[in-house]
Design a protein around this ligand. Structure first.
Ligand SMILES: Nc1ncnc2c1ncn2[C@@H]1O[C@H](COP(=O)(O)OP(=O)(O)OP(=O)(O)O)[C@@H](O)[C@H]1O
Length: 429
């Protein structure tokens, strides 16, 4: 979804690659949605908050529950969330990765949206380019996360709802929302809103890249936007593989940009020649996406290989600059797919290197705790002895000279040490 707004101040420049060149509708001559009430936000303060490249990129991991099929096959839990930000291997606990957030099987998509998507959507409404990706192997939960179900809507419907709510709450502004929906299948761009729009070409102009001839419809309500997506879904390339009966074989892009990436499965589960060809295209563009995002977060890289895949070329203007990117990686904790899950985690980690917090790993057992306290008691005893030597017999100190002050300080310190000493001794004995 492309949101453009007119305000009394300068309107944000649309750098969406989905600008249709045929006629390039002016945001202000087409039907616009009027805002009726609410607060106005400050884009400049938001930009300041997200000024560093690393902060602009959020990488989260969502792992789903074991499926009935995985349980039937005797799979066990091979990966688990260790705290809010670490994902750890059950068999080898030394294998762990840290992310901005890890979502467990009980987490609702609403919560995932609040943490990993809302800031991108609200930023987009203020002119900050935003892209939300779901990445993971087939059947790991990308479609569940991005599209969801009626009873638990995904990121796309939640974003659409949010966008219209923001419009309602932002007075003094007019917005124009245009929706385009496309897939990249085997490095070919197809328009999902217009079946005649096949093999579309990427063009470039002074504002960045765009797709020549893509249909983008002005939308006036959430229901209208969602019905366009439903229409587009019917035109998508889906296939059946060993994991998932309805498996997405193409990257679909609903511009805001909300992206359900094709499954990043390894070639070992590819069943025939066509699937192998799809798999190699999928993996190539995902590899490029990972490289691009990691170079962006690195901040030092001089060359960023946007041109190496259609996906990254198309998103170039959104990924570069000060746009916000949210990468939601979906995984299964099943032992039978541990290797694929590990590969997704490595991809996510490469995209943004988040340090594992040392404090999270510092779990002391009882024995080492006793040893630690015994050591502390010993050093407190020694310190106390030294201090006692420096305190005069007459404990009623008259603070009139600098020496008196030093003496008083020593006394206070010694009393503090005595307290610590006795409480530690109480814990231990
Ligand atoms: N967080 C979750 N909680 C409960 N069920 C989930 C969750 N994530 C996924 N599932 C279920 O797992 C199955 C596979 O999920 P989904 O179709 O979203 O995978 P996918 O990654 O989009 O696969 P593909 O790449 O093949 O399209 C679905 O039945 C879905 O309902």
């Amino acid at each position: 979804m492309v949101g453009e707004s007119s305000t009394s101040s300068k309107s944000p420049r649309s750098t969406s690659p989905f600008r249709s060149k045929k006629g390039s509708p002016s945001p202000f001559s087409s039907p616009a949605i009027k805002n009726v009430a609410g607060r106005s936000a400050s884009p400049s303060s938001e930009r300041a908050e997200f000024s560093k490249p690393k902060e602009n990129v959020t990488v989260t991991v969502r792992f789903r529950p074991l499926s009935a099929r995985e349980m039937k096959q005797g799979n066990e839990i091979a990966w688990y969330a260790d705290g809010d930000c670490t994902f750890r291997n059950e068999v080898n606990p030394n294998i762990a990765y840290a992310f901005d957030r890890v979502f467990g099987p009980a987490t609702t998509t609403r919560h995932v949206y609040d943490i990993a998507a809302h800031h991108v959507v609200s930023g987009a409404m203020e002119g900050i380019n935003g892209t939300i990706f779901a990445y993971g192997v087939t059947s790991s939960g990308k479609t569940h996360t991005m599209h969801g179900l009626q009873k638990s809507p995904g990121i796309i419907p939640l974003a659409v709802k949010d966008v219209f709510e923001i419009i309602q709450e932002t007075p003094g502004r007019e917005f124009l929302l245009r929706v385009s929906y496309l897939e990249i299948y085997n490095e070919v761009i197809n328009d999902l809103l217009d079946p005649a729009g096949q093999s579309l070409r990427i063009r470039e102009d002074t504002q960045g890249t765009y797709i020549e001839g893509i249909k983008d419809e002005v939308v006036l309500s959430p229901a209208h936007a969602l019905s366009l997506i439903a229409t587009g879904e019917a035109h998508r390339h889906v296939g059946s593989n060993n994991f998932n009966l309805l498996s997405s074989r193409s990257h679909t892009i609903f511009t805001l940009h909300l992206i359900d990436l094709a499954g990043s499965e390894s070639s070992k589960i590819e069943t025939n020649g066509l699937r192998r060809k799809e798999g190699s295209y999928i993996n190539k563009s995902l590899l490029t996406l990972g490289t691009v995002i990691s170079k962006l977060t690195d901040g030092k890289a001089s060359h960023i290989p946007y041109r190496d895949s259609k996906l990254t070329r198309l998103l170039q203007s959104s990924l570069s600059g000060h746009g916000r990117i949210s990468l939601i990686c979906t995984v299964t904790p099943a032992s039978g797919h541990s290797e694929e899950t590990h590969n997704t985690l490595k991809f996510a980690h490469r995209s943004k290197h988040v340090e594992i917090k040392a404090s999270q790993n510092k779990i002391l057992d009882e024995k080492s705790l006793i040893k630690k306290y015994q050591k502390e008691i010993l050093s407190l005893k020694q310190e106390l002895q030294t201090l006692k030597h420096g305190i005069p017999e007459d404990t009623c100190v008259n603070v009139s000279t600098p020496e008196d002050l030093v003496s008083l300080k020593l006394q206070v310190h010694a009393t503090g040490l005595m307290c610590m000493f006795s409480s530690l001794t109480r814990i231990l004995y």
